[in-house]
Write a protein that binds this ligand. Structure first.
Ligand SMILES: N#Cc1c(-c2ccc3ccn(Cc4ccc(CN5CCCCC5)cc4)c3c2)n[nH]c1N
Length: 243
């Protein structure tokens, strides 16, 4: 997979070069390009924003600069074109299903806005040449799209072959079966008077799996009842329903 990020703060994306993701890039599992939007300005002030039509707070990012940047990074219509991802508080919710869907894409480009956002015509124009998704990582307000891009890139990249040390981990994620995962434990057996649940040391794998499923159901019921309600028909077996 190739991932490009366009931003006025390229250094914000430095964490991509760390740890597992950094190793995946070194091993060419993922190709990452980070581009400074100001490289496509032509004035001495390298201006990327202007006042909003219709008034309102803050500034809006100029369409001309973004248009040239997207043409340069994405191309102008010849195949292959990337999927353009635009983080925005007004976007569709980003979730694990989206991460899984995007992990099958050969090329993603993230357009990271600042100020009050990017002139809408940039997104509308790009959508005439490539698939565009305006997405939000949650119902809270950030200052720009870079942190959201980092979140989404990590969620997608960890699903790619050869990125995670243990591929099973991604398959057993929270949400992979529609539930939150239960608690996890490691040595020592007792720590500050808190003991590891006996079942986890029993060696009885059927009992362990049942206990973990029960813990996941209970935690999901307490913290995210919406996920339980969204489970497909038949997702809960008789033992689950006895919980
Ligand atoms: N993903 C994601 C995000 C973002 C996100 C993503 C990308 C950008 C680019 C710029 N900002 C800042 C900003 C902040 C507030 C507002 C809303 N307006 C405020 C003034 C009155 C009208 C409405 C717009 C733009 C961004 C924020 N925030 N939260 C998420 N989950």
């Amino acid at each position: 997979m190739r991932i490009d990020v366009i931003t006025i703060f390229p250094d914000y994306l430095n964490p991509l070069r760390e740890a597992l993701l950094g190793k995946a890039i070194e091993r060419d599992r993922i190709a990452v390009g980070v581009h400074d939007l100001r490289d496509w300005t032509h004035d001495v002030h390298r201006a990327v924003d202007d006042s909003p039509y219709g008034g309102g707070p803050g500034m809006v990012m100029k369409p001309q600069v973004w248009g040239e940047a997207l043409d340069a990074v994405c191309g102008t219509g010849e195949e292959p074109m990337p999927r353009l991802v635009v983080p925005t508080p007004a976007g569709r919710p980003f979730d694990q299903r989206t991460a899984i869907r995007w992990s099958a894409e050969p090329w993603l480009v993230f357009a990271c806005g600042r100020y009050e956002g990017i002139d809408q015509r940039v997104i509308d124009d790009a959508a005439t040449r490539m698939p565009v998704e305006e997405v939000s990582i949650g119902d809270y307000v950030l200052v720009g799209g870079e942190v959201a891009a980092l979140v989404m890139i990590e969620a997608v990249a960890r699903l790619l072959p050869g990125v995670l040390g243990n591929p099973l981990s991604a398959e057993q994620d929270s949400f992979s079966d529609g539930l939150l995962e239960g608690p996890c434990y490691t040595r020592p057996e007792v720590w500050r008077g808190h003991a590891v649940p006996d079942v986890l040391r029993s060696g009885n794998h059927a009992a362990i799996n049942r206990w973990r499923r029960d813990q996941a159901l209970a935690r999901t019921y307490r913290r995210r009842p919406d996920l339980l309600a969204a489970l497909p028909e038949g997702a809960l077996d008789k033992a689950d329903r006895a919980q």
